[in-house]
Design a binder for this molecule. Structure first.
Ligand code: IPE
Ligand code: IPE
Ligand code: MG
Length: 246
């Protein structure tokens, strides 16, 4: 497999974002531009996941979260939904060994039980294979919605309160964060959206509170390692104040 270029020398390797989240958008427009079918656009998008994962690993990023299928994407035509899950299954089978060899752990956020059985199984297999890996977490958001995640957290907390395990006044930002899908990744440093759309589309509503946002017009299948490095350079030029003063 071809290697990604080494990190851009303009990047300060001491200040790399620990958690990058990406809304991988623009496969359809990429297909149109190239006179291909939407399905071929999604295929190109799926291939690009490996490139960006490896670039993040080169940088020493600890967690990469990728928005692959939203709770709203069920509204697409059945054929497109079928194609997407077929591709997701194929990617899990094709890349599982590569992910494992590079000490990357696959995680999931969203509702796996709502996926077609075979796709859910392929995701579970890859998670099982890589569960002890330590270098980086790749978290794939599949059948994921930010509102659904918060409703799930609220229900779990309400359930614990009803059982008398927690008092309502003891519910804090920390306890809520503990009930997200992946509590250890409850803070995003850099949020990237490809294809120029200026919206969040129900992605990680809690986690992006203080994320730096980079929107690039580049369509997802064209977003290569250098595009990722450019986004990190933009991130490093920002002044993260968290409401305070510099
Ligand atoms: C992103 O590409 C992939 C998914 C949402 C699954 P799109 O399919 O949304 O591409 P555009 O936005 O139509 O170009
Ligand atoms: C967001 O892209 C979801 C994913 C990238 C998986 P969409 O293409 O579904 O978002 P909208 O419809 O433009 O808001
Ligand atoms: Mg889109």
């Amino acid at each position: 497999m071809e290697k990604v270029p080494p990190p851009d020398s303009r990047i300060d390797m001491e200040r790399v974002p620990a958690h990058i989240a990406i809304i991988m958008d623009g496969n359809g427009r990429w297909a149109k531009q190239h006179g291909k079918t939407r399905s071929q656009g999604h295929e190109a998008g799926a291939r690009n996941v490996r490139v960006v994962t490896e670039a993040c690993r080169e940088l020493g990023v600890r967690a990469l979260t990728l928005f692959a299928f939203s709770t709203e994407n069920w509204n697409r035509p059945q054929k497109e939904v079928d194609d997407l899950f077929r591709l997701i299954s194929r990617a899990m089978q094709q890349y599982a060994n590569r992910i494992h060899e590079t000490d990357v752990r696959l995680r999931h956020l969203g509702d796996l039980d709502g996926l077609p059985k075979s796709a859910a199984n392929d995701v579970r297999k890859c998670m099982d294979l890589t569960s002890d890996n330590k270098t980086m977490d790749v978290c794939v958001a599949l059948n994921y919605g930010g509102r659904a995640e918060l409703v799930r957290a609220a229900r779990r907390l309400a359930d614990e309160a009803a059982r008398g395990n927690i008092a309502p006044e003891d519910i804090t930002e920390d306890t809520l964060a503990q009930h997200l899908y992946l509590p250890e990744h409850s803070e995003v440093d850099l949020l990237i959206r490809t294809s120029g759309e200026l919206r969040i589309s129900n992605f990680m509503l809690w986690q992006i509170s203080y994320a730096e946002i980079v929107v690039t017009p580049t369509l997802w299948p064209d977003f290569d390692a250098q595009a990722l490095y450019d986004a990190v350079i933009a991130y490093q030029s920002r002044d993260r104040r968290f409401g305070g003063r510099p």
